[in-house]
Design a protein around this ligand. Structure first.
Ligand SMILES: O=C(O)C1=C[C@@H](OP(=O)(O)O)[C@@H](O)[C@H](O)C1
Ligand SMILES: C=C(OP(=O)(O)O)C(=O)O
Length: 419
C-alpha cells in the first residue's frame, strides 16, 4: 500500500495557489460540446481523472465504456448514450456498481430508451440503446431525493430531443445548486428552460457554440480553508475563483467565517485572512453542498470547535460511505462524529450529527485510510499542520485534484512517500 507521511513545521499558511478548473463545470461543458453542432474552446478545463475520463469516453468508439469512479461521468453519459446509435455497455468501478442509477434508468426508459441492467437491478453496469422514436415520451418523472445528477443528466440531453423534455421532480430535491449549475450552463450555451414548482421544461433547441473559461474548483478550495482554520497566521491567495459562482460549494467561504476566516474577493482571486470573530459552534445543513461536509468536519476536529451537521443523507452513497469513513478516521485522533438521538430531530425531521472533541495525535503517528475517496485524503491532509500524519493511498486525490500534494508542498508541507 502506498503511504505518504505529511508534516508541517509551522502553523502559518502563506502563498498563492492556482486552482484547477471545476470538475462539475468541466464535465457539463464537455457533454454540451459533444451535443453541439459547432466546436468551441473550453479554457481552464479540469485535469481531474473524472474529466479526462469523460473526454476519453466521449471520443471512444469502443462498445464498452468504463467511467471508473466518476459519478457525473457515469450519470451524464447514461443519457448521452441514449442519443447515440447502436448499443453500448457503460460500466464503472466496484464502488460505482454500488451507487444507484435506477431513477435515471426508469426515466430514460420512459423517454423511449432501451436499457438493460447487466448485473443488479438499479445499479451499473448497463447496456444502453438509442431512444426509439416510436416509444418516445417527452413527459417524465424522476426521483429528486437521491442524486441531482440524474436530473442534470436528463436536462443536458433535453434540448436535443424532438419535443424536448418536461421533467417532474418527485420528492425533495437534494444538491439543488448542481441542478441550477446545469441550467445556467445550458443558458450560457443559448438553451432556455422554465422551472415552475416541481416541473422543469426544456423545448427542443440547439446549443450555440461559445468559448468558455471554467472557474476553479470551489470544493478543492475548501481544503485551504481547513488549513487557514489551523493557522495562527494566514495570508493565502486562491486563484481562479469568483464571488458570484455557479458552484454551491462556494458557500465554504461563509461557513468558515465561524473559524474567523475572512475571504476578500478581487477579480478572480480570493484572499484568505484570519481576522474575524470566531463562533462558538458550527451549525450547518449540507444538503446544498454535500462535498464540503468532510472539510468542515475536519476543520471542527482540528480546532476543537463543536459542529452540528445536518443534510448529510447523500453522503452514504458517494465514493464511499462518507459518514462511516468520517466516524472511523476522526475516531483515530479522539474525535467523535455521532448521530444525535432522534429527539433533536423532532421539529424538522432532519438527522443531526455532532462533531465533538479536539484532534490529538495518539502515541503512534495516526494513519488515515482514504477508502478510494479523494475527499477523505484531501480533508485529512491539513491535520498535518497539527501533528505528523500518514495518509494511506494518497493518489486517490487525482479523481478531482491531481496536483493536491504538489500544491501542499508549495505551502511548506513536507510530503514524502514511506518506503
Ligand atoms: O452534478 C454534479 O456535478 C455533482 C453533484 C453532487 O452529487 P449529488 O447530486 O449526487 O449529491 C456532488 O456530490 C458531486 O460531486 C457533483
Ligand atoms: C461525490 C463526488 O463525485 P461523483 O458523484 O461525481 O463521483 C465528489 O466529487 O465528491
Amino acid at each position: 500500500m502506498k503511504q505518504f507521511k505529511v508534516a508541517k513545521a509551522n502553523r502559518s499558511i502563506e502563498g498563492t495557489i492556482s486552482l484547477d478548473g471545476s470538475k462539475s463545470l468541466s464535465n457539463r461543458a464537455l457533454i454540451i460540446r459533444a451535443l453541439c453542432t459547432d466546436d468551441f474552446q473550453i479554457n481552464h478545463c479540469a485535469t481531474a481523472d473524472d474529466v479526462v475520463g469523460m473526454q476519453t469516453l466521449l471520443d471512444s468508439s469502443d462498445d464498452v465504456l468504463d467511467a471508473h469512479h466518476a459519478g457525473t461521468t457515469f450519470r451524464f453519459l447514461c443519457s448521452y448514450l441514449c442519443l447515440q446509435s447502436g448499443k453500448q455497455t457503460l460500466t464503472g468501478s466496484i464502488r460505482m456498481q454500488e451507487r444507484p442509477i435506477g431513477p435515471l434508468v426508469d426515466a430514460l426508459r420512459k423517454v423511449g430508451a432501451e436499457i438493460e441492467y447487466l448485473k443488479n437491478d438499479g445499479y451499473p453496469p448497463l447496456k444502453i440503446g438509442e431512444i426509439n422514436p416510436d416509444d418516445y415520451n417527452h413527459k417524465v418523472e424522476v426521483s429528486a431525493g437521491i442524486s441531482s445528477q440524474f436530473i442534470s443528466s436528463l436536462l443536458l440531453i433535453a434540448p436535443s430531443l424532438p419535443k424536448g423534455l418536461e421533467i417532474t421532480l418527485v420528492g425533495d430535491l437534494v444538491s439543488r445548486p448542481y441542478l441550477e449549475m446545469t441550467l445556467k450552463m445550458m443558458e450560457y450555451f443559448g438553451v432556455k428552460h422554465t422551472w415552475e414548482g416541481q416541473v422543469i421544461t426544456v423545448e427542443p433547441q440547439p446549443y450555440k457554440a461559445k468559448d468558455i473559461t471554467i472557474e476553479a474548483d470551489w470544493s478543492a478550495a475548501s481544503y485551504y480553508y481547513i488549513m487557514a482554520a489551523f493557522s495562527d497566521k494566514v495570508d493565502l491567495v486562491l486563484e481562479g475563483l469568483n464571488e458570484e459562482s455557479l458552484q454551491g460549494d462556494s458557500s465554504i467561504a461563509e461557513i468558515m467565517e465561524a473559524f474567523g476566516i475572512s475571504s476578500e474577493f478581487s477579480g478572480n482571486q480570493v484572499h484568505l485572512k484570519k481576522d474575524g470573530a470566531e463562533k462558538q459552534l458550527v451549525d450547518h445543513d449540507f444538503l446544498l453542498a454535500p462535498d464540503i461536509a468532510q472539510s468542515v468536519a475536519v476543520a471542527c476536529a482540528g480546532t476543537g470547535k463543536p459542529g452540528v451537521f445536518s443534510g448529510l443523507k447523500t453522503l452514504k452513497i458517494k465514493e464511499t460511505d462518507r459518514i462511516a469513513a468520517l466516524q472511523k478516521e476522526l475516531g483515530k485522533v479522539g474525535v467523535y462524529f455521532t448521530l444525535m438521538p432522534p429527539k433533536f430531530a423532532k421539529v424538522s425531521k432532519k438527522e443531526f450529527y455532532m462533531v465533538e472533541g479536539k484532534a490529538a495525535s495518539p502515541d503512534q503517528m495516526p494513519d488515515f485510510d482514504t477508502y478510494k475517496d479523494h475527499r477523505m485524503a484531501m480533508a485529512f491532509g491539513p491535520l498535518a499542520m497539527l501533528f505528523p500524519i500518514i495518509v494511506n493511498e494518497p493518489d486517490v486525490v487525482s479523481k478531482s485534484y491531481p496536483a493536491y500534494w504538489e500544491d501542499l508542498k508549495k505551502l511548506g508541507f513536507e510530503v514524502e512517500e514511506i518506503i
